[in-house]
Design a protein around this ligand. Structure first.
Ligand SMILES: *Cc1c(COP(=O)(O)O)cnc(C)c1O
Length: 636
């Protein structure tokens, strides 16, 4: 159990606690003012996140707001590409590396634009997994050099559009994931008179590691078994189109926490490649899919939220394995592709939320009056509370629990007043807080007392929705780093859990990173009611936006891109306003015109019945109308 020394607190203590130096990949620091600073390109130019938020709020952009640093995407792409470039040089690999961004990881147009603008040498390609994704990027201008990979389940329309995109100058490769697609590709291509390029997605027999391990292995949802792959090859050969086969692809799941199973899959796939290359003269690309991890908790371990390897090791493994296996087999070394999505965009977005209220766990500790009645059990409980000492507190805790249960039993059977019950709840709570206060003095605290410290934490109510902005925190208990973005030179002496605006008990953050592994509470600063207190939720740039839902009709948050210049100045680019109440209602098929007609009718009825005045009618109409155009979150 971590105990904080609140007496001598400075930024170093905060760093120890929130460990941004471990998970932040060098993008986050804290300045002299105790505010988080972001250095997107790690060249020393920094921007104060708290200042950004204050400026935004001053200009009427409300919190929660998603702040995106385009520079971080650029820097990540540079890192991934240069890791591969260095490995290519190191092993004298006879071909090169191309990055392809799988747009399902973040389809936001500005994110795609940033990635396309950021390529190092050759521009990043794009990968789509559905028709909507295909249509989203089909019309982007292209020079024919960057790859366009089409995955996912496909119908005739999907294949028509994918093949037609080649007429726009795109280098489109249709990846066969299911056998039926071969026939469709061939017949559509012949009908349209287009020469196709295809890839095969294989099913590696080795499973990956981490939460998405089932994306690989013999029973994976996608990909061709060896038998099917041979049928597909034969199908194209017999049609005289074996030259169309250009690429071999596998994907063994996202967030690979351990590199070990990946090495094995690589060797398997590389041998697959050399075998296939002997049958397909134009085979040219080896695509390792996604999976490159993000160290969300900074632990550098094989925990689900971490990874036990670096980007450099990952790149070297790929280049070395494919290079040597091709050499042994006398096969030309292919162009290497990785579809790293998470590792590219996770770091660039920070969700900033504001604390709106706090419920302190020890607030009910009042000087207790004598019991409101002379009920024996109430008197017992009262005495128990007063006689608690560090020596008897464990026993006292058990006794108090027993007596409380007895009293509640009485209430259920009608033998107790509301005042008496309220009193019991209050004393019991005080007992817990008092026992807990002895915790620091106890040499070897019993588990029951240790557990109290998980129970007795403040609740910080924050202006955001877990379901909209952090779906993976709710759905798969993924860890995201959370910390205040200012006041980091002050001691955070409250222990808290974070609760969102939704009316759902799952709408909380109850797992936080710490040096000792995940913990159920976070240290935060005292909340001062009239001073804004902002929390940042970091590394949310991958998957969270498209997966987010409208629970309680909390819509998309505001989002803003921050662009840094070489001279260290920054500017806001692309404000993307969050959903208004009108918009989220429309998603649910409410017609705003109809709603206002309805409102008008019920107002008329109320006026006729005399339960409303003209002035009240005016007020409700006006407020209703204005509210429709407002943000779905609280206006603080
Ligand atoms: C989802 C997906 C990716 C991205 O995986 P990351 O782990 O985010 O890098 C890459 N390729 C394919 C085929 C995918 O389905």
């Amino acid at each position: 159990m971590q105990r904080l020394d609140i007496e001598k607190w400075d930024v170093d203590e905060s760093r120890e606690l929130y460990s941004w130096d471990k998970w932040g990949e060098g993008y986050f620091h804290v300045n002299d003012k105790g505010n988080i600073e972001v250095t997107p390109t790690q060249d020393g130019n920094a921007v104060d996140l708290y200042e950004i938020v204050k400026t935004l709020v001053g200009r009427g952009v409300e919190v929660p707001v998603l702040i995106r640093f385009d520079g971080i995407i650029q820097d990540r792409l540079r890192k991934i590409s240069s890791a591969f470039q260095e490995a290519v040089n190191l092993y004298s690999y006879q071909s090169d590396y191309r990055h392809v961004f799988p747009i399902k990881v973040n389809q936001q147009k500005h994110v795609i634009d940033t990635i396309r603008a950021a390529g190092l040498g050759k521009r990043s390609g794009l990968e789509v997994g559905s028709k909507p994704e295909l249509l989203g990027i089909l019309a982007l201008p292209d020079d024919g050099d960057s790859l366009f990979l089409c995955n996912g389940y496909k119908d005739e329309e999907y294949i028509e559009l994918a093949l037609l995109s080649r007429k726009l100058g795109k280098r489109t490769i249709v990846i066969v994931e299911q056998l039926y697609e071969c026939q469709l590709i061939l017949s559509v291509a012949e009908r349209l008179g287009i020469e196709a390029e295809v890839g095969f997605r294989m099913k590696p027999s080795v499973k990956g590691s981490g939460r998405w391990a089932s994306s690989g292995g013999d029973f994976a949802k996608f990909g061709l078994s060896t038998h099917e792959l041979l049928i597909a090859w034969k199908f194209f050969s017999e049609a005289g189109k074996s030259d169309w086969i250009k690429l071999l692809h596998f994907h063994i799941g996202s967030q690979l926490s351990s590199i070990i199973p990946f090495k094995k899959t690589l060797a398997e796939a590389a041998h697959f490649y050399t075998e296939l290359a002997k049958k397909c003269p134009k085979l040219e690309f080896f695509d390792v899919g996604g999976g490159l991890g993000v160290d969300y908790d900074g632990s550098k371990t094989v925990s689900d939220s971490s990874m036990n390897y670096t980007i450099e090791e990952y790149a070297r493994d790929i280049v070395y394995t494919v290079g040597s296996i091709c050499k042994e087999n006398g096969v030309k070394q292919p162009v290497l592709i990785s579809e790293s999505g998470r590792a590219l965009v996770a770091h660039h977005s920070i969700l900033v939320t504001e604390v709106i209220d706090v419920s302190k766990y020890d607030a009910p500790v009042l000087k207790l009056d004598k019991p409101p009645s002379d009920h024996d059990l109430l008197e017992d409980l009262y005495q128990m509370y007063h006689s608690l000492t560090p020596q008897n507190c464990l026993e006292g805790l058990h006794d108090a629990h027993y007596v409380k249960e007895q009293i509640l039993e009485k209430f259920i059977h009608g033998g107790l007043s509301l005042e008496e019950r309220a009193y019991v709840e209050q004393v019991y709570r005080n007992v817990l807080v008092k026992v807990h206060s002895f915790y620091d003095e106890l040499e070897d605290a019993h588990d029951d007392i240790v557990r109290l410290s998980e129970l007795l934490v403040d609740i910080y109510f924050c202006n955001f929705s877990v379901f909209q902005s952090l779906p993976d925190s709710w759905a798969i208990q993924q860890l995201f780093p959370v910390m205040p973005i200012h006041r980091l030179a002050e001691p955070p002496d409250r222990k808290a859990k974070i609760v969102d605006l939704s009316c759902d008990s799952d709408g909380t953050i109850e797992r936080f990173i710490s040096q000792d592994g995940p913990v159920s509470s976070i240290q935060l600063h005292q909340f001062q009611p009239h001073e804004p207190y902002y929390l940042g939720i970091f590394l949310v740039g991958a998957y969270q936006e498209a997966l987010g839902g409208l629970h309680n009709l909390f819509g998309d948050t505001n989002a803003i891109h921050v662009d840094m210049h070489d001279d260290g100045t920054w500017r806001f680019k692309n404000l993307i306003e969050g959903d208004t109440i009108r918009e989220v209602l429309q998603y649910m098929q409410y017609d705003p015109h109809e709603l206002s007609t309805q409102l008008h009718q019920v107002i008329e009825n109320a006026l006729r019945k005399g339960i409303m005045t003209d002035q009240e009618a005016f007020m409700i109409k006006k407020k209703y109308k204005a509210s429709m155009e407002n943000y779905t979150y609280l206006v603080v």
